[in-house]
Design a protein around this ligand. Structure first.
Ligand SMILES: Cc1cc2nc3c(=O)[nH]c(=O)nc-3n(C[C@H](O)[C@H](O)[C@H](O)COP(=O)(O)OP(=O)(O)OC[C@H]3O[C@@H](n4cnc5c(N)ncnc54)[C@H](O)[C@@H]3O)c2cc1C
Length: 417
């Protein structure tokens, strides 16, 4: 089949990446079949912080992490945890991950992330315009809250990288910060305000509304687990889901942190690890904040969502099946009490989920080498909500046989071979 003709494309996984890919493919004239074992918007795309974090170009593996990480892992006041019994299995990934914790790789990774996160607000608005999903997007500022100016200056390397990528910000002294955000504690003495960001007021409902939009325009949305990819003559011809073979011309793996087994079945080497993350929702809060904020000292975000305030963050390295830990929830709760000491709420709900993380903090977006019609769109770690629409657009262009207007080599799915 000629690459530019209309195709039937199966998208496996209906998180933000899969749903964005389905909509972009549909708008390019293809027929999309979206398959998810739990339905749209139920996994990481449900529980994230909801920030369209365009400025989040700096990966976790900044220079110095190698020296800081051991102390952080042993201190329950730090936002880095480990399921120690899973450590032996994670060690190869961890060593590769840590090998990127240097200045050169951090700049290279930032250059790879910038094109897919930098225009996130506009990307989401373009994806959702005229749909029921549009109402969940709120354009606005994004704040970083520090205890003092020194905290900000200690992160000068990251802010220099943001500046190099064109981000500008207002530095807020204590008076300006508390004028802008009256609810936050006087212990927080310094802030940074970036314009032209955005937030999603209900990430799960947003992804479900986007999936409903695709369905209303003819996509099939199927709830089933894909167990295998069916091949014929050097190309993909279908996927096996729930005992049925669903025929297709092309197939995209958008299964987030679960992408390892399906990728390996196609001969693709993918070192993928879950960076487990946590959220707490405080329902019917007595106070709100003017803009979503990254509490830099605790590395968690505060986002005012519909009817509740969501606190989300923490990295816990561990397997997909290990139970939730208590300490990350306690840390988040201590963090919000420190930042918003007068806050009261009716009820708190808790959640844990899986960020899909590669050792080089770059996603895999592109064609699976050596197998016609096989594509990947996963590995977006901390920025998948932000980068989902751009990823979907790039994949739809590639599947349509068009050249995306950016350098896609950083996302090469074959780079770990
Ligand atoms: C606590 C936390 C806070 C975060 N905050 C932010 C934030 O503020 N901003 C941001 O940009 N990002 C944030 N992220 C990251 C973001 O949530 C993820 O990068 C993003 O959701 C990944 O989307 P995805 O579509 O790749 O994966 P997912 O949303 O995990 O979706 C994968 C889907 O694949 C399905 N699936 C898996 N295997 C199969 C199979 N075999 N067959 C069928 N279906 C299958 C699953 O059911 C799931 O629905 C955060 C993450 C966490 C955990």
């Amino acid at each position: 089949m000629d690459a530019s003709q209309d195709k039937t494309v199966v998208i496996i996984g209906a998180g933000i990446v899969g749903v964005s890919t389905a909509l972009s493919l549909q708008r390019a004239g293809h027929h999309a079949i979206l398959i998810d074992k739990d339905g749209p918007g139920e996994a990481a795309s449900y529980g994230n912080g909801g920030i369209l974090a365009s400025c989040a170009v700096v990966p976790v593996t900044g220079p110095g992490l190698i020296w800081k990480a051991p102390g952080m892992l042993l201190d329950p006041r730090e936002p880095l945890f480990m399921k120690w019994r899973d450590m032996p299995g994670m060690l190869p990934w961890l060593l590769r991950f840590m090998s990127h914790a240097n200045a050169g790789d951090t700049r290279r990774i930032a250059a790879g992330l910038a094109p897919i996160v930098g225009d996130s607000l506009a990307d989401h608005q373009a994806l959702a315009r005229g749909t029921a999903a549009e109402r969940y997007i709120v354009p606005g500022d994004y704040l970083y809250i520090y205890r003092d100016r020194k905290g900000f200056e200690d992160e000068a390397f990251s802010w220099d990288i943001r500046s190099a990528h064109g981000f500008e910000w207002e530095e807020m002294d204590a008076a300006r910060l508390h004028g802008y955000e009256p609810a936050i504690s006087s212990d927080m003495q310094f802030g940074v305000r970036l314009e032209n960001h955005g937030r999603i007021t209900d990430p799960g409902a947003y992804v479900q509304a986007l999936a409903a939009e695709a369905e209303a325009h003819g996509a099939r949305v199927i709830r089933a687990e894909v167990s295998d990819i069916v091949r014929e003559g050097g190309g993909v011809c279908g996927v096996r889901a729930g005992g049925e073979v669903i025929a297709c011309d092309d197939m995209v793996i958008c299964t987030g942190a679960w992408s390892g087994p399906l990728s390996r079945a196609l001969g693709l080497r993918v070192p993928l690890q879950s960076e487990r993350g946590y959220h707490i929702e405080l329902w019917n809060p007595s106070q709100t904040i003017a803009a979503p904020a990254m509490v830099a000292s605790g590395k968690f975000v505060l986002n005012p969502m519909e009817g509740r305030l969501r606190l989300a963050g923490v990295v816990e390295l561990g397997s997909m099946d290990a139970p939730e830990s208590r300490a990350p929830f306690d840390l988040l709760m201590r963090g919000v009490r420190r930042v918003l000491p007068d806050l009261r709420w009716d009820e708190a709900s808790e959640w844990m989920g899986h960020r899909p993380s590669t050792p080089d903090s770059l996603p895999l977006i592109g064609a699976v080498p050596g197998l016609r019609g096989a594509w990947t769109g996963f590995g977006h770690h901390h920025v998948g909500l932000t980068a989902g629409p751009a990823t979907g657009r790039i994949l739809a262009q590639m599947i349509s046989g068009k050249r995306p207007n950016l350098d896609v080599t950083p996302y090469d799915p074959g780079r770990f071979a």
